[in-house]
Design a protein around this ligand. Sequence first.
Ligand SMILES: Cc1cc2nc3c(=O)[nH]c(=O)nc-3n(C[C@H](O)[C@H](O)[C@H](O)COP(=O)(O)O)c2cc1C
Length: 311
Amino acid sequence: MKLNELFGTEFPLIQGGMASIATGEFAAAVSNAGALGLVGAGGMNAAQLRDHIRRCKELTDCPFGVNLMLMNPEVEEQAKIVVEEGVGVVTTGAGVPGKYIPMWKEAGIKIFPVVAAGALVKRLAPLGVDGFIAEGTESGGHVGEMTTMALVPQIRALTDLPVIAAGGIASGRQLAAALALGACGAQLGTCLLVSEECPIHDNYKQALLKASDSDTVVTGRIGGTPVRVLKNQMARAYLSREKAGADKMELEQFTLGSLRKAVFEGDTKNGSLMAGQVAGMLHEIRPLRQILEALDTQCRACIKELEETWR
Ligand SMILES: Cc1cc2nc3c(=O)[nH]c(=O)nc-3n(C[C@H](O)[C@H](O)[C@H](O)COP(=O)(O)O)c2cc1C
């Protein structure tokens, strides 16, 4: 079955859950534009999640889902809320969702854990998840070590379940490459940040538009939690503290609230401007629908072109 048929969407594309950004309004806008929108529960408490799910339902009749960050202190409650609110799809990040799977399956929820390596696939596939999101280190936000290019085919080889590629996809050419690697669709993050509907501060969008291909860096590879961000004053200061041997607690204190500073205050010096390596490919702010249609058209053209390219 094709991913768009599985989710009931027009395109086989899903929006990545993005903490503090993927509100009910944004998820609904993505779903209305033809992909699967996700409410990002990462920066929300349980009551806020319920509220955003309800707002999303008010604003769209299309399918949508929720991304749960398993390190969220209220995740136990959030895991029940997705059932109570009749959410159709749950994606999970930052942990192992094993204990919630029976409850979600009973409710008919489709479960797609985000994985950055094969170990979690072997552990979760027998528990009855519906597929995996294989997220490469090119992604914005929290990242693993493996690239999308190396990761997706290796995850594909481990399971017959649908694999969705994430990380480094902002054009139809990259989408076609993801399909060639064995994915049946893609999860998008960075390229949706520069949509008209995305609720981040305009300074954040402008910083993305100005970025070139090598303007992101991963903080936290040595002493903290690896996160890909645009290089700025804050990222440089973090990296020098990290190199100087700062411990995880100190580094976490240093970045506390920094994503919110970027998203809501537009503080491009001290905020954490999470973004993937495709930031250098973003040149204009467009409506979501145009972004998705362009990906679809370019992907089809690229698949045709490939038939002519090889020998
Ligand atoms: C600003 C930002 C915040 C993110 N927050 C989350 C999150 O809360 N939960 C999650 O599972 N993934 C998160 N991600 C990762 C995305 O869901 C997605 O997998 C990733 O952005 C795809 O790679 P790309 O940025 O190259 O498109 C975030 C990404 C960005 C850019």
